[in-house]
Design a protein. Structure first.
Lengths: 498, 94
Protein backbone atom coordinates (compact mmCIF):
# COMPACT_ATOMS: atom_id res chain seq x y z
CA UNK A 1 0.00 0.00 0.00
CA UNK A 2 1.27 3.47 -0.88
CA UNK A 3 1.62 6.11 1.83
CA UNK A 4 -1.08 8.12 0.04
CA UNK A 5 -3.61 5.35 0.73
CA UNK A 6 -3.02 5.42 4.49
CA UNK A 7 -5.17 7.29 6.99
CA UNK A 8 -3.89 10.38 8.77
CA UNK A 9 -3.68 8.49 12.05
CA UNK A 10 -1.62 5.72 10.41
CA UNK A 11 0.69 8.34 8.88
CA UNK A 12 1.00 10.06 12.24
CA UNK A 13 2.17 6.80 13.82
CA UNK A 14 4.72 6.27 11.03
CA UNK A 15 6.02 9.82 11.54
CA UNK A 16 6.24 9.21 15.30
CA UNK A 17 8.38 6.14 14.68
CA UNK A 18 10.59 8.06 12.27
CA UNK A 19 9.50 5.79 9.41
CA UNK A 20 8.31 8.57 7.13
CA UNK A 21 8.20 12.35 6.86
CA UNK A 22 5.91 14.97 5.27
CA UNK A 23 7.91 15.33 2.03
CA UNK A 24 7.87 11.57 1.46
CA UNK A 25 4.09 11.42 2.03
CA UNK A 26 3.64 14.33 -0.36
CA UNK A 27 5.81 12.64 -2.98
CA UNK A 28 3.64 9.50 -2.84
CA UNK A 29 0.55 11.71 -3.21
CA UNK A 30 2.11 13.55 -6.17
CA UNK A 31 2.90 10.23 -7.86
CA UNK A 32 -0.69 9.13 -7.41
CA UNK A 33 -1.98 12.43 -8.77
CA UNK A 34 0.29 11.93 -11.77
CA UNK A 35 -1.11 8.44 -12.30
CA UNK A 36 -4.85 9.06 -11.93
CA UNK A 37 -5.70 12.76 -12.14
CA UNK A 38 -6.09 12.78 -15.93
CA UNK A 39 -8.62 9.99 -15.64
CA UNK A 40 -10.56 11.38 -12.66
CA UNK A 41 -10.22 15.16 -12.62
CA UNK A 42 -10.58 15.80 -8.89
CA UNK A 43 -8.76 19.10 -8.93
CA UNK A 44 -9.41 22.50 -10.51
CA UNK A 45 -6.07 23.89 -9.30
CA UNK A 46 -3.04 21.95 -8.05
CA UNK A 47 -0.40 23.65 -5.95
CA UNK A 48 2.28 20.98 -5.70
CA UNK A 49 5.07 23.51 -5.58
CA UNK A 50 3.47 25.32 -2.64
CA UNK A 51 2.78 21.97 -0.98
CA UNK A 52 6.43 20.91 -1.35
CA UNK A 53 7.61 24.14 0.26
CA UNK A 54 5.17 23.63 3.08
CA UNK A 55 6.23 20.00 3.66
CA UNK A 56 9.89 21.02 3.69
CA UNK A 57 9.16 23.88 6.08
CA UNK A 58 7.49 21.43 8.48
CA UNK A 59 10.57 19.22 8.37
CA UNK A 60 12.92 22.07 9.16
CA UNK A 61 10.91 22.79 12.32
CA UNK A 62 10.11 19.32 13.64
CA UNK A 63 7.84 19.09 16.67
CA UNK A 64 7.96 16.49 19.43
CA UNK A 65 5.21 13.89 18.86
CA UNK A 66 3.12 15.04 21.83
CA UNK A 67 2.87 18.52 20.27
CA UNK A 68 2.01 17.28 16.77
CA UNK A 69 -1.57 17.14 15.52
CA UNK A 70 -2.47 13.85 13.78
CA UNK A 71 -2.78 16.07 10.68
CA UNK A 72 0.85 17.22 10.74
CA UNK A 73 2.33 16.62 7.31
CA UNK A 74 -0.91 15.20 5.93
CA UNK A 75 -1.91 16.10 2.31
CA UNK A 76 -5.19 18.03 2.34
CA UNK A 77 -7.51 18.86 -0.57
CA UNK A 78 -9.76 21.91 -0.26
CA UNK A 79 -13.06 22.34 -2.08
CA UNK A 80 -12.77 25.29 -4.42
CA UNK A 81 -15.49 27.34 -2.73
CA UNK A 82 -13.31 27.70 0.39
CA UNK A 83 -10.95 30.65 0.20
CA UNK A 84 -7.19 30.16 0.09
CA UNK A 85 -4.93 33.17 0.19
CA UNK A 86 -2.96 33.57 -3.03
CA UNK A 87 -4.42 30.35 -4.49
CA UNK A 88 -7.32 30.95 -6.86
CA UNK A 89 -10.77 30.03 -5.58
CA UNK A 90 -13.18 29.61 -8.47
CA UNK A 91 -16.35 27.98 -7.05
CA UNK A 92 -16.16 26.10 -10.39
CA UNK A 93 -17.70 29.20 -11.97
CA UNK A 94 -16.55 31.18 -14.97
CA UNK A 95 -17.53 34.20 -12.88
CA UNK A 96 -14.68 33.53 -10.43
CA UNK A 97 -12.31 31.76 -12.83
CA UNK A 98 -9.46 34.14 -11.98
CA UNK A 99 -10.43 35.13 -8.43
CA UNK A 100 -7.52 35.02 -5.98
CA UNK A 101 -8.76 35.66 -2.43
CA UNK A 102 -6.79 38.06 -0.24
CA UNK A 103 -7.38 35.84 2.83
CA UNK A 104 -7.65 32.24 4.04
CA UNK A 105 -10.89 30.70 5.28
CA UNK A 106 -10.78 30.03 9.03
CA UNK A 107 -10.97 26.26 8.42
CA UNK A 108 -7.94 26.39 6.10
CA UNK A 109 -6.00 28.66 8.44
CA UNK A 110 -6.61 26.28 11.37
CA UNK A 111 -5.68 23.17 9.39
CA UNK A 112 -2.45 24.74 8.18
CA UNK A 113 -1.67 25.69 11.76
CA UNK A 114 -2.16 22.01 12.66
CA UNK A 115 0.40 21.13 9.97
CA UNK A 116 -1.82 19.92 7.13
CA UNK A 117 -0.38 20.46 3.64
CA UNK A 118 -2.79 21.92 1.05
CA UNK A 119 -2.27 20.05 -2.23
CA UNK A 120 -4.90 21.81 -4.32
CA UNK A 121 -8.44 22.97 -4.84
CA UNK A 122 -11.10 20.46 -5.82
CA UNK A 123 -13.92 20.50 -8.34
CA UNK A 124 -17.56 21.05 -7.40
CA UNK A 125 -20.93 21.90 -8.85
CA UNK A 126 -20.81 25.65 -9.51
CA UNK A 127 -21.20 27.46 -6.16
CA UNK A 128 -22.09 24.11 -4.55
CA UNK A 129 -25.36 23.81 -6.48
CA UNK A 130 -25.78 20.23 -7.58
CA UNK A 131 -25.57 16.56 -6.68
CA UNK A 132 -23.18 15.24 -9.32
CA UNK A 133 -20.36 17.80 -9.91
CA UNK A 134 -21.59 17.91 -13.52
CA UNK A 135 -22.61 21.55 -12.99
CA UNK A 136 -18.95 22.60 -12.83
CA UNK A 137 -18.02 25.16 -15.48
CA UNK A 138 -14.33 24.29 -15.11
CA UNK A 139 -13.98 20.60 -15.78
CA UNK A 140 -15.32 17.13 -15.35
CA UNK A 141 -14.82 14.86 -12.34
CA UNK A 142 -15.38 11.14 -12.76
CA UNK A 143 -16.14 8.56 -10.10
CA UNK A 144 -12.95 6.61 -9.23
CA UNK A 145 -15.05 3.43 -8.91
CA UNK A 146 -16.49 3.70 -12.41
CA UNK A 147 -15.38 6.45 -14.73
CA UNK A 148 -18.70 6.49 -16.58
CA UNK A 149 -20.45 7.58 -13.40
CA UNK A 150 -20.66 10.79 -11.40
CA UNK A 151 -18.73 11.23 -8.14
CA UNK A 152 -21.78 12.84 -6.48
CA UNK A 153 -21.87 16.44 -5.50
CA UNK A 154 -21.39 19.06 -4.86
CA UNK A 155 -18.06 18.20 -3.16
CA UNK A 156 -17.36 15.60 -5.86
CA UNK A 157 -13.72 16.57 -6.38
CA UNK A 158 -12.94 16.30 -2.67
CA UNK A 159 -14.58 12.86 -2.36
CA UNK A 160 -12.93 11.55 -5.55
CA UNK A 161 -9.51 12.86 -4.43
CA UNK A 162 -9.71 11.05 -1.07
CA UNK A 163 -11.07 7.86 -2.66
CA UNK A 164 -8.27 7.77 -5.25
CA UNK A 165 -5.41 8.64 -2.88
CA UNK A 166 -4.90 12.11 -4.35
CA UNK A 167 -5.27 13.52 -0.82
CA UNK A 168 -5.59 11.90 2.59
CA UNK A 169 -8.31 14.19 3.94
CA UNK A 170 -10.37 16.93 2.32
CA UNK A 171 -12.57 19.86 3.17
CA UNK A 172 -15.96 20.09 1.52
CA UNK A 173 -19.09 22.07 2.16
CA UNK A 174 -22.53 20.68 2.88
CA UNK A 175 -25.70 22.71 2.33
CA UNK A 176 -28.18 19.92 1.63
CA UNK A 177 -25.92 16.86 1.44
CA UNK A 178 -22.95 18.07 -0.58
CA UNK A 179 -20.39 16.27 1.60
CA UNK A 180 -22.39 13.17 2.51
CA UNK A 181 -23.64 12.34 -0.99
CA UNK A 182 -20.26 12.34 -2.79
CA UNK A 183 -18.74 10.48 0.17
CA UNK A 184 -21.39 7.77 -0.33
CA UNK A 185 -20.86 7.63 -4.11
CA UNK A 186 -17.06 7.45 -3.77
CA UNK A 187 -16.86 5.01 -0.82
CA UNK A 188 -15.34 7.38 1.76
CA UNK A 189 -16.50 8.96 5.03
CA UNK A 190 -18.17 12.39 4.87
CA UNK A 191 -19.30 14.46 7.84
CA UNK A 192 -21.61 17.42 8.06
CA UNK A 193 -20.95 18.88 11.53
CA UNK A 194 -23.66 20.46 13.69
CA UNK A 195 -24.65 23.87 12.29
CA UNK A 196 -22.58 26.38 14.22
CA UNK A 197 -19.53 24.35 15.26
CA UNK A 198 -17.30 25.33 12.32
CA UNK A 199 -16.75 28.92 11.18
CA UNK A 200 -17.88 29.70 7.63
CA UNK A 201 -15.52 32.64 7.32
CA UNK A 202 -14.06 32.22 3.84
CA UNK A 203 -16.65 29.70 2.65
CA UNK A 204 -18.36 31.31 -0.34
CA UNK A 205 -22.01 31.64 0.73
CA UNK A 206 -24.80 29.67 -0.96
CA UNK A 207 -27.61 29.19 1.61
CA UNK A 208 -26.38 30.76 4.81
CA UNK A 209 -28.87 29.16 7.21
CA UNK A 210 -27.79 25.76 5.85
CA UNK A 211 -24.13 25.96 4.70
CA UNK A 212 -21.56 24.06 6.77
CA UNK A 213 -17.91 23.33 6.18
CA UNK A 214 -17.68 19.52 6.13
CA UNK A 215 -14.96 16.90 6.13
CA UNK A 216 -14.12 13.91 3.92
CA UNK A 217 -11.71 11.20 5.03
CA UNK A 218 -10.97 7.48 4.80
CA UNK A 219 -12.17 6.76 8.33
CA UNK A 220 -14.17 8.37 11.11
CA UNK A 221 -11.07 9.08 13.23
CA UNK A 222 -9.46 11.24 10.56
CA UNK A 223 -12.72 13.17 10.19
CA UNK A 224 -12.79 13.67 13.98
CA UNK A 225 -9.19 14.97 13.90
CA UNK A 226 -10.10 17.51 11.21
CA UNK A 227 -13.21 18.66 13.07
CA UNK A 228 -11.19 18.98 16.26
CA UNK A 229 -8.76 21.24 14.40
CA UNK A 230 -11.34 23.48 12.70
CA UNK A 231 -14.24 23.68 15.19
CA UNK A 232 -14.86 26.32 17.81
CA UNK A 233 -15.75 29.98 18.04
CA UNK A 234 -14.35 32.42 15.52
CA UNK A 235 -14.77 36.16 15.91
CA UNK A 236 -15.30 36.39 12.15
CA UNK A 237 -18.47 34.25 12.05
CA UNK A 238 -21.15 35.03 14.62
CA UNK A 239 -23.07 31.88 13.65
CA UNK A 240 -20.28 29.61 14.97
CA UNK A 241 -20.83 29.78 18.72
CA UNK A 242 -19.01 26.71 20.02
CA UNK A 243 -17.15 23.45 19.44
CA UNK A 244 -18.92 20.06 19.67
CA UNK A 245 -19.30 18.43 23.08
CA UNK A 246 -16.39 16.28 24.15
CA UNK A 247 -17.22 12.57 23.80
CA UNK A 248 -16.37 12.01 27.46
CA UNK A 249 -17.14 8.42 28.48
CA UNK A 250 -19.04 7.83 25.24
CA UNK A 251 -16.06 7.35 22.97
CA UNK A 252 -17.12 3.92 21.75
CA UNK A 253 -13.77 3.15 20.19
CA UNK A 254 -13.25 -0.50 20.93
CA UNK A 255 -16.02 -0.24 23.52
CA UNK A 256 -19.38 -1.79 24.16
CA UNK A 257 -22.30 -0.45 22.13
CA UNK A 258 -25.02 -2.09 24.20
CA UNK A 259 -27.57 0.48 25.30
CA UNK A 260 -27.00 2.60 22.19
CA UNK A 261 -30.24 3.15 20.27
CA UNK A 262 -30.61 3.92 16.57
CA UNK A 263 -33.98 4.94 15.12
CA UNK A 264 -34.88 3.96 11.56
CA UNK A 265 -37.72 5.66 9.62
CA UNK A 266 -38.69 2.51 7.70
CA UNK A 267 -41.35 4.40 5.75
CA UNK A 268 -38.51 6.16 3.87
CA UNK A 269 -37.58 2.83 2.27
CA UNK A 270 -41.02 2.00 0.92
CA UNK A 271 -40.53 3.46 -2.54
CA UNK A 272 -37.83 4.89 -4.77
CA UNK A 273 -34.93 3.12 -3.07
CA UNK A 274 -32.64 0.95 -5.20
CA UNK A 275 -32.83 -2.73 -4.14
CA UNK A 276 -29.05 -2.95 -3.64
CA UNK A 277 -29.12 0.12 -1.37
CA UNK A 278 -32.01 -1.33 0.58
CA UNK A 279 -30.24 -4.68 1.04
CA UNK A 280 -26.99 -3.01 2.09
CA UNK A 281 -28.88 -0.80 4.54
CA UNK A 282 -30.62 -3.81 6.12
CA UNK A 283 -27.23 -5.55 6.38
CA UNK A 284 -25.70 -2.45 7.99
CA UNK A 285 -28.49 -2.40 10.59
CA UNK A 286 -27.77 -6.06 11.29
CA UNK A 287 -24.06 -5.24 11.73
CA UNK A 288 -25.05 -2.56 14.25
CA UNK A 289 -27.27 -5.06 16.11
CA UNK A 290 -24.37 -7.51 16.32
CA UNK A 291 -22.35 -4.71 17.97
CA UNK A 292 -25.03 -4.42 20.64
CA UNK A 293 -26.98 -1.49 19.19
CA UNK A 294 -30.74 -1.54 19.64
CA UNK A 295 -32.40 -0.65 16.31
CA UNK A 296 -35.91 0.79 16.68
CA UNK A 297 -38.53 1.97 14.23
CA UNK A 298 -39.32 5.71 14.28
CA UNK A 299 -41.87 7.80 12.42
CA UNK A 300 -40.70 10.89 10.52
CA UNK A 301 -42.44 13.26 8.14
CA UNK A 302 -42.37 12.15 4.53
CA UNK A 303 -38.97 13.18 3.10
CA UNK A 304 -40.64 14.89 0.10
CA UNK A 305 -41.52 17.72 2.51
CA UNK A 306 -37.83 18.14 3.39
CA UNK A 307 -36.82 18.25 -0.29
CA UNK A 308 -39.44 20.90 -1.08
CA UNK A 309 -38.61 22.98 1.99
CA UNK A 310 -34.91 22.73 1.31
CA UNK A 311 -35.09 23.80 -2.33
CA UNK A 312 -37.25 26.83 -1.50
CA UNK A 313 -35.11 28.03 1.41
CA UNK A 314 -31.71 27.27 -0.11
CA UNK A 315 -32.61 28.94 -3.41
CA UNK A 316 -34.16 31.99 -1.72
CA UNK A 317 -30.95 32.44 0.25
CA UNK A 318 -28.86 31.77 -2.86
CA UNK A 319 -30.72 34.41 -4.86
CA UNK A 320 -29.76 36.92 -2.20
CA UNK A 321 -26.19 35.68 -1.58
CA UNK A 322 -25.31 35.55 -5.28
CA UNK A 323 -26.43 39.14 -5.84
CA UNK A 324 -22.85 40.03 -4.88
CA UNK A 325 -21.56 38.66 -8.18
CA UNK A 326 -22.17 41.84 -10.10
CA UNK A 327 -18.88 42.29 -11.96
CA UNK A 328 -17.85 45.14 -9.68
CA UNK A 329 -15.98 43.91 -6.60
CA UNK A 330 -14.58 40.61 -7.81
CA UNK A 331 -14.99 38.12 -10.58
CA UNK A 332 -15.32 38.75 -14.25
CA UNK A 333 -16.87 41.77 -15.89
CA UNK A 334 -18.48 42.18 -19.26
CA UNK A 335 -17.98 45.40 -21.21
CA UNK A 336 -20.99 47.71 -21.07
CA UNK A 337 -21.90 51.35 -21.45
CA UNK A 338 -24.02 51.59 -18.32
CA UNK A 339 -23.81 50.15 -14.80
CA UNK A 340 -27.12 48.25 -15.09
CA UNK A 341 -26.03 46.72 -18.37
CA UNK A 342 -22.66 45.79 -16.87
CA UNK A 343 -24.31 43.88 -14.01
CA UNK A 344 -26.90 42.11 -16.18
CA UNK A 345 -24.42 41.21 -18.92
CA UNK A 346 -21.73 39.98 -16.50
CA UNK A 347 -24.16 37.77 -14.59
CA UNK A 348 -25.83 36.42 -17.74
CA UNK A 349 -22.51 35.57 -19.38
CA UNK A 350 -20.53 34.18 -16.47
CA UNK A 351 -23.05 32.33 -14.27
CA UNK A 352 -23.98 28.80 -15.35
CA UNK A 353 -27.46 27.40 -16.14
CA UNK A 354 -28.05 25.61 -12.81
CA UNK A 355 -27.02 28.69 -10.83
CA UNK A 356 -29.43 30.80 -12.89
CA UNK A 357 -32.19 28.25 -12.33
CA UNK A 358 -31.69 28.49 -8.56
CA UNK A 359 -31.58 32.29 -8.63
CA UNK A 360 -34.81 32.39 -10.65
CA UNK A 361 -36.59 29.95 -8.31
CA UNK A 362 -35.38 31.80 -5.21
CA UNK A 363 -36.23 35.23 -6.57
CA UNK A 364 -39.67 33.98 -7.61
CA UNK A 365 -40.35 32.49 -4.15
CA UNK A 366 -39.40 35.78 -2.50
CA UNK A 367 -41.21 38.06 -4.93
CA UNK A 368 -44.33 40.11 -4.18
CA UNK A 369 -47.43 37.93 -4.33
CA UNK A 370 -45.54 34.64 -3.83
CA UNK A 371 -43.55 35.22 -0.62
CA UNK A 372 -46.21 33.83 1.75
CA UNK A 373 -47.08 30.93 -0.48
CA UNK A 374 -43.48 29.73 -0.85
CA UNK A 375 -40.89 31.28 1.45
CA UNK A 376 -43.05 31.79 4.56
CA UNK A 377 -44.56 28.33 4.12
CA UNK A 378 -41.11 26.76 3.81
CA UNK A 379 -39.91 28.53 6.95
CA UNK A 380 -42.87 27.09 8.87
CA UNK A 381 -42.32 23.67 7.34
CA UNK A 382 -38.69 23.82 8.40
CA UNK A 383 -39.66 24.24 12.03
CA UNK A 384 -42.07 21.29 11.76
CA UNK A 385 -39.35 19.10 10.19
CA UNK A 386 -36.78 20.17 12.82
CA UNK A 387 -39.22 19.48 15.69
CA UNK A 388 -40.07 16.13 14.14
CA UNK A 389 -36.40 15.04 14.00
CA UNK A 390 -35.76 16.44 17.45
CA UNK A 391 -38.66 14.40 18.90
CA UNK A 392 -37.31 11.26 17.20
CA UNK A 393 -33.86 11.97 18.65
CA UNK A 394 -35.36 12.12 22.14
CA UNK A 395 -36.54 8.53 21.73
CA UNK A 396 -33.36 7.19 20.16
CA UNK A 397 -29.81 8.54 20.37
CA UNK A 398 -29.18 8.36 16.61
CA UNK A 399 -31.19 8.06 13.40
CA UNK A 400 -30.10 6.04 10.36
CA UNK A 401 -31.08 6.09 6.69
CA UNK A 402 -29.28 5.29 3.46
CA UNK A 403 -27.30 8.40 2.42
CA UNK A 404 -28.75 8.28 -1.09
CA UNK A 405 -31.57 6.23 -2.63
CA UNK A 406 -29.20 4.87 -5.32
CA UNK A 407 -25.50 4.29 -6.01
CA UNK A 408 -23.65 6.72 -8.32
CA UNK A 409 -25.63 7.29 -11.51
CA UNK A 410 -24.23 7.57 -15.03
CA UNK A 411 -22.71 10.81 -16.27
CA UNK A 412 -25.39 12.85 -18.05
CA UNK A 413 -28.26 10.66 -16.84
CA UNK A 414 -29.94 13.34 -14.70
CA UNK A 415 -28.45 16.48 -16.17
CA UNK A 416 -31.51 17.36 -18.25
CA UNK A 417 -33.98 16.77 -15.42
CA UNK A 418 -33.37 19.11 -12.47
CA UNK A 419 -36.14 17.66 -10.29
CA UNK A 420 -34.79 14.10 -10.54
CA UNK A 421 -31.34 15.47 -9.70
CA UNK A 422 -32.76 17.25 -6.64
CA UNK A 423 -34.39 14.03 -5.42
CA UNK A 424 -30.93 12.46 -5.04
CA UNK A 425 -30.77 14.55 -1.86
CA UNK A 426 -33.99 13.13 -0.44
CA UNK A 427 -32.37 11.67 2.71
CA UNK A 428 -29.68 14.28 3.32
CA UNK A 429 -31.68 17.53 3.33
CA UNK A 430 -33.61 16.74 6.55
CA UNK A 431 -30.59 16.94 8.92
CA UNK A 432 -29.44 20.07 7.04
CA UNK A 433 -32.77 21.80 7.71
CA UNK A 434 -32.63 20.74 11.37
CA UNK A 435 -28.97 21.80 11.82
CA UNK A 436 -28.04 18.29 13.00
CA UNK A 437 -24.68 16.53 12.63
CA UNK A 438 -24.74 13.66 10.13
CA UNK A 439 -22.15 11.30 8.70
CA UNK A 440 -22.08 9.07 5.64
CA UNK A 441 -20.04 5.90 6.03
CA UNK A 442 -19.47 3.23 3.37
CA UNK A 443 -21.83 0.25 3.73
CA UNK A 444 -20.58 -2.06 0.99
CA UNK A 445 -20.69 -2.34 -2.78
CA UNK A 446 -23.66 -2.80 -5.12
CA UNK A 447 -23.81 -5.68 -7.59
CA UNK A 448 -22.20 -3.30 -10.09
CA UNK A 449 -19.28 -2.73 -7.70
CA UNK A 450 -20.36 0.77 -6.69
CA UNK A 451 -20.08 2.07 -3.12
CA UNK A 452 -23.18 2.93 -1.11
CA UNK A 453 -23.45 5.03 2.04
CA UNK A 454 -25.11 4.66 5.43
CA UNK A 455 -26.18 8.00 6.90
CA UNK A 456 -26.16 8.28 10.69
CA UNK A 457 -27.64 11.42 12.24
CA UNK A 458 -26.80 12.54 15.77
CA UNK A 459 -28.02 14.99 18.39
CA UNK A 460 -26.83 18.61 18.14
CA UNK A 461 -23.21 19.15 19.24
CA UNK A 462 -22.71 15.38 19.66
CA UNK A 463 -20.48 15.23 16.58
CA UNK A 464 -17.69 13.27 18.24
CA UNK A 465 -20.11 10.74 19.72
CA UNK A 466 -21.64 10.34 16.26
CA UNK A 467 -18.18 9.72 14.81
CA UNK A 468 -17.40 7.22 17.56
CA UNK A 469 -20.42 5.17 16.47
CA UNK A 470 -19.36 5.51 12.83
CA UNK A 471 -15.88 4.36 13.82
CA UNK A 472 -17.20 1.29 15.63
CA UNK A 473 -19.27 0.37 12.55
CA UNK A 474 -16.30 0.73 10.20
CA UNK A 475 -13.89 -1.11 12.49
CA UNK A 476 -16.34 -4.04 12.61
CA UNK A 477 -17.23 -4.12 8.91
CA UNK A 478 -14.12 -2.79 7.14
CA UNK A 479 -16.35 -1.25 4.43
CA UNK A 480 -14.01 1.76 4.22
CA UNK A 481 -10.99 -0.44 3.48
CA UNK A 482 -12.00 -1.34 -0.05
CA UNK A 483 -9.93 0.41 -2.72
CA UNK A 484 -11.28 1.59 -6.10
CA UNK A 485 -10.14 -0.45 -9.13
CA UNK A 486 -8.36 2.55 -10.69
CA UNK A 487 -5.99 2.70 -7.72
CA UNK A 488 -5.21 -0.99 -8.02
CA UNK A 489 -4.24 -0.57 -11.69
CA UNK A 490 -3.02 2.97 -12.39
CA UNK A 491 -1.78 3.47 -8.83
CA UNK A 492 0.86 0.84 -9.52
CA UNK A 493 2.04 2.54 -12.66
CA UNK A 494 -0.11 0.63 -15.14
CA UNK A 495 -1.44 3.47 -17.22
CA UNK A 496 -3.55 1.21 -19.44
CA UNK A 497 -6.02 -0.10 -16.94
CA UNK A 498 -8.82 1.58 -15.08
CA UNK B 1 -45.19 30.13 -14.49
CA UNK B 2 -45.47 32.03 -17.77
CA UNK B 3 -43.07 33.76 -20.14
CA UNK B 4 -43.97 37.09 -18.50
CA UNK B 5 -43.20 35.65 -15.04
CA UNK B 6 -39.75 34.46 -16.17
CA UNK B 7 -38.99 37.81 -17.80
CA UNK B 8 -40.09 39.68 -14.67
CA UNK B 9 -38.01 37.44 -12.37
CA UNK B 10 -35.01 37.65 -14.72
CA UNK B 11 -35.17 41.45 -14.57
CA UNK B 12 -35.33 41.36 -10.76
CA UNK B 13 -32.34 38.98 -10.73
CA UNK B 14 -30.31 41.06 -13.19
CA UNK B 15 -30.24 38.15 -15.64
CA UNK B 16 -31.17 38.01 -19.30
CA UNK B 17 -32.39 34.90 -21.13
CA UNK B 18 -32.78 34.25 -24.82
CA UNK B 19 -35.94 32.57 -26.04
CA UNK B 20 -34.74 29.00 -25.71
CA UNK B 21 -33.40 29.65 -22.19
CA UNK B 22 -36.73 31.24 -21.25
CA UNK B 23 -38.66 28.25 -22.58
CA UNK B 24 -36.56 25.70 -20.73
CA UNK B 25 -36.75 27.82 -17.56
CA UNK B 26 -40.57 27.80 -17.80
CA UNK B 27 -40.60 24.00 -18.13
CA UNK B 28 -38.13 23.47 -15.26
CA UNK B 29 -39.94 25.90 -12.96
CA UNK B 30 -43.33 24.32 -13.65
CA UNK B 31 -42.00 20.87 -12.73
CA UNK B 32 -40.27 22.09 -9.57
CA UNK B 33 -43.23 24.21 -8.41
CA UNK B 34 -45.60 21.30 -8.98
CA UNK B 35 -43.42 19.13 -6.74
CA UNK B 36 -43.00 21.67 -3.96
CA UNK B 37 -46.75 22.33 -3.85
CA UNK B 38 -46.91 19.31 -1.52
CA UNK B 39 -45.83 21.67 1.27
CA UNK B 40 -49.23 23.28 1.25
CA UNK B 41 -50.60 19.98 2.56
CA UNK B 42 -48.07 19.82 5.38
CA UNK B 43 -48.84 23.36 6.41
CA UNK B 44 -52.60 22.82 6.50
CA UNK B 45 -52.31 19.63 8.50
CA UNK B 46 -49.87 20.89 11.07
CA UNK B 47 -50.18 24.66 11.01
CA UNK B 48 -50.93 24.84 14.70
CA UNK B 49 -47.53 23.33 15.48
CA UNK B 50 -45.54 25.59 13.21
CA UNK B 51 -43.34 28.30 14.57
CA UNK B 52 -42.28 30.98 12.16
CA UNK B 53 -38.74 32.30 12.22
CA UNK B 54 -35.76 31.83 9.98
CA UNK B 55 -32.52 30.08 10.75
CA UNK B 56 -31.55 26.86 12.48
CA UNK B 57 -31.51 26.28 16.22
CA UNK B 58 -28.64 27.65 18.28
CA UNK B 59 -27.66 31.08 19.40
CA UNK B 60 -25.41 33.56 17.67
CA UNK B 61 -22.04 34.31 19.21
CA UNK B 62 -21.01 37.91 19.72
CA UNK B 63 -17.37 38.95 19.93
CA UNK B 64 -15.84 41.83 21.79
CA UNK B 65 -16.21 45.11 19.96
CA UNK B 66 -12.51 45.68 19.62
CA UNK B 67 -10.45 47.06 16.76
CA UNK B 68 -8.36 44.60 14.77
CA UNK B 69 -6.39 44.58 11.59
CA UNK B 70 -8.24 43.09 8.65
CA UNK B 71 -7.77 43.61 4.91
CA UNK B 72 -6.43 46.96 3.83
CA UNK B 73 -7.96 48.82 0.87
CA UNK B 74 -5.28 47.68 -1.55
CA UNK B 75 -5.84 43.99 -0.72
CA UNK B 76 -9.61 44.38 -0.88
CA UNK B 77 -9.43 46.05 -4.29
CA UNK B 78 -6.93 43.60 -5.77
CA UNK B 79 -9.57 41.11 -7.05
CA UNK B 80 -11.78 43.86 -8.57
CA UNK B 81 -12.07 43.93 -12.37
CA UNK B 82 -11.46 47.68 -12.37
CA UNK B 83 -10.39 50.10 -9.67
CA UNK B 84 -8.82 53.49 -9.41
CA UNK B 85 -7.41 55.63 -6.61
CA UNK B 86 -8.64 53.31 -3.88
CA UNK B 87 -12.15 52.83 -5.29
CA UNK B 88 -14.05 50.32 -7.41
CA UNK B 89 -14.63 51.79 -10.85
CA UNK B 90 -17.89 51.30 -12.81
CA UNK B 91 -19.45 53.04 -15.84
CA UNK B 92 -21.26 56.28 -15.23
CA UNK B 93 -24.34 55.67 -13.03
CA UNK B 94 -26.14 59.02 -13.20
Amino acid sequence: MSLCDATASELSRLIDRGETRPSEILLATEERIGAVENAIGSYITLDLEGAAKRANALETRPLPSEKRSPLWGVPLAVKDNICTKRLRTTCASRMLENYVPPYDATAVERLEKAGAVVVGKTNLDEFGMGSSTEHSALGETRNPWSRGRVPGGSSGGSAAAVAAGEAVVALGSDTGGSVRLPAAFCGVVGVRPTYGVVSRYGLVAFGSSLDQVGVIGRDARDCASVIEAIAGPDGRDSTAPRAPDSPGGRSFIGGDLSGVTVGVPYSFLEEGVDPDVRAAFEAALEDLRVLGVKVESVELQDPSYSVSTYYILADCEASSNLARFDGVRYGRRSDAETYDELVTKSRSLFLGPEVKRRIVLGTFALSAGYYDRYYATAVRARSIIAQDMSCALEKTEFLATPTAPCPAFKMGERLGDPLTMYLTDVFTVGPSLAGLPAVSVPMGLSRDGLPMGLQIIGRPFQDFILLALADAFLMATGHNRVIPPIVKTRGKGDSNGD
Amino acid sequence: MTKDDVEHIAALSRLRFDESETNSMIQDMRGILRYIACLERLDEVREQDAQTGAGPPGSAALRDDSARTELDAEEALAPAPDSSEGHFRVPKVI
